[in-house]
Design a protein around this ligand. Structure first.
Ligand code: PEP
Length: 250
């Protein structure tokens, strides 16, 4: 595993032709020898097709969420072991759209994080403040609360098998990006918080930035000392745009 990861969250976008052409474009434009790992997060119905195209290649894939239960009467839901069965390495937990639209609490997110680890997946824990919280100077308090809920559930050692993504809610899908300094400041806060608990885990932890990352701003963001790559939404939907971001760090 490299320290740098560039990951694409497709959200609820896709079709079979789009998946084929996007993944073939990414395979052609990226390399196993690059400095960055590359991963995609397709909607569940396309995981099987994704597996058939990416299996045996250098690109990894993951689910956009999972149910905290291992199995049972949960109509419409998907478990961690099912994602593993589809060849997933990763799963997103706590994306702000899950927190705000589907009312996932910090505790729900922590239980999903644990379920991911139990299934053998690497959770990508998304944290971040709303615009209102930033304006009230609550950014660090919010991020600390979101991290603490997970640390309380699974312990700091569990972060040896996890990734954190700082995604200010006001920057997701809005075209507004945190400045490199704003992002670095929160990333350093996260790293320091983890360092106080376990120096080695904090040092090895990948902390991604997400929020309107584009080819034009990726290099400056990724040059910050505590930014270890990106979680990309909109710009991960075409190979050209996503590869422009990957090239900034790979
Ligand atoms: C996201 O969905 O996690 C995201 C960061 O989206 P966007 O890049 O479109 O802001």
């Amino acid at each position: 595993m490299r320290k740098i990861l560039v990951a694409g969250n497709w959200k609820m976008h896709g079709s079979k032709p789009m998946v084929r052409s996007l993944l073939e474009g990414l395979l052609a434009g990226s390399s196993a020898d690059a400095k960055a790992d590359l991963a995609v997060f397709p909607p569940f119905p396309y995981l099987s097709l994704t597996e058939s195209i990416l299996s045996g290649t250098h690109i990894r894939w993951g689910g956009q969420t999972l149910n905290p239960n291992a199995k049972g009467a949960h109509t419409g839901e998907t478990s961690g072991s099912m994602l593993v069965d589809m060849g997933c390495s990763y799963v997103l937990v706590g994306h702000s759209e899950r927190r705000s639209i589907y009312n996932e609490s910090d505790k729900d997110v922590a239980l999903r994080f644990k379920a991911a680890l139990d299934a053998g997946l690497q959770p990508v824990l998304c944290v971040g403040e709303t615009l209102e919280e930033r304006e009230e100077e609550q950014t660090e308090a919010v991020v600390a609360r979101q991290l603490d809920a997970v640390i309380t559930q699974v312990g700091i050692e569990a972060f040896a098998r996890a990734t954190v993504a700082y995604e200010p809610v006001w920057a997701i899908g809005t075209g507004l990006t945190a400045t490199p300094q704003q992002a670095q400041s929160v990333h350093a806060f996260i790293r320091d918080k983890m360092t106080a608990l376990n120096v080695i885990i904090a040092d090895q932890l990948r902390i991604l930035y997400g929020g309107s990352v584009k080819g034009s701003n990726a290099a400056e963001l990724f040059a910050q000392s505590d930014i270890d790559g990106g979680l990309v939404g909109g710009a991960s939907l075409t190979a050209e745009d996503f590869l422009a971001i990957y090239s900034a760090v790979a």
